[in-house]
Design a protein around this ligand. Structure first.
Ligand code: FE2
Ligand code: FE2
Length: 294
């Protein structure tokens, strides 16, 4: 873990208790079996595809994702085993975990909580596509790993919505879209969403790079992947805030994000050039997760 992060034992204990409590709300057994199978090196793609098939909503998501603007296959992908191969195991596992976390609260989250969860996820899927594009352009990280890491980087927020309920949902909905200062969260929840993310990574045995992103994306981490996700999120925020390069606020937003791009060896022009493609990917992804733009 990044040495810059201060680990406070009492807060980590609380983070682990929160993750354990939420894991106690049993997700569908078919998803748990699949989650386990993905880590089994002896399992073949067709076997894995059969397990994906056992969960129809996930199977639909996997097929739609393989056919989306993100992968843009030259021929439509109709075979689940091929779709799983296209996505790769890193992305598939995050997709399964995302489905588990999102499915858990369905039916009992209040409208406020549901909205906070939807906004958090909409931001995460946009950041995921942006992180993938940045990783590709800068050749800084494995694009699939960048996508997977960003998809679940704020899972701590989702866990805390389910743990604390409406006060935390109100905090997420009312706070600045780009969280910089985590002290109000600490005062409200007794723990930060990064600490809960760290506990989540431990609980599910996620590999270090993914756990590190969940635990340190607000820390100015020296590691590539957390920094990449933080830069992607800042750029996504910029687009949401200023819209298009023609917008008068664009200059302000773009120059704020420029330091991150420079760190990746990229220019602002390269980011602006990739934006039209990204907008297409965002639309596919929001649709895929049943999220609406906003
Ligand atoms: Fe975030
Ligand atoms: Fe965050």
């Amino acid at each position: 873990m990044d040495p810059a992060v201060d680990l406070v034992p009492a807060r980590l204990r609380r983070a682990r208790a929160i993750v354990r409590r939420s894991a106690g709300v049993r997700p569908p057994p078919s998803l748990l079996r699949l989650e386990e199978a993905i880590r089994d090196p002896d399992l073949s793609m067709p076997q894995l595809a059969r397990l994906v098939e056992a969960n129809p909503s996930l199977a639909a998501r996997v097929l739609r994702m393989a056919n989306s603007a993100l992968y843009a296959p030259s021929q439509p992908v109709t075979d689940l085993a091929r779709a799983v191969t296209i996505l790769g195991l890193t992305v598939l596992r995050q997709l399964v975990l995302t489905t588990i976390v999102l499915a858990r609260g369905t039916g009992w989250r209040s409208p406020h909580q549901a909205l906070a969860v939807a906004r958090t996820m909409a931001n995460a899927v946009r950041t995921a596509a942006a992180a993938r594009a940045l990783a590709q352009m800068a050749a800084a990280a494995d694009p699939d790993e960048a996508f997977a890491a960003a998809l679940l980087h704020d899972v701590g927020h989702l866990e805390l919505v389910d743990e604390i309920g409406d006060p935390y949902a109100a905090y997420l909905l009312g706070g600045p879209a780009l969280l910089e200062d985590l002290s109000p969260e600490l005062a409200l929840a007794g723990v930060t969403h990064q600490e809960v993310g760290l506990a989540f990574g431990w609980e599910w045995g996620l590999p270090h790079p993914l756990t590190s992103v969940m635990a340190t994306h607000h820390e100015g981490s020296a590691e590539v992947l957390p920094a990449l996700v933080a830069i992607a999120e800042r750029l996504v925020h910029g687009v949401a805030h200023a819209g298009l390069p023609a917008d008068p606020r664009w200059e302000e937003v773009a120059s704020a994000a420029e330091a991150g791009l420079v760190r990746l060896g990229l220019s602002r022009g390269a980011w602006e050039a990739v934006l039209p493609r990204l907008r297409g990917e965002w639309a596919s992804l929001l649709d895929l997760f049943d999220l609406v733009a906003g």
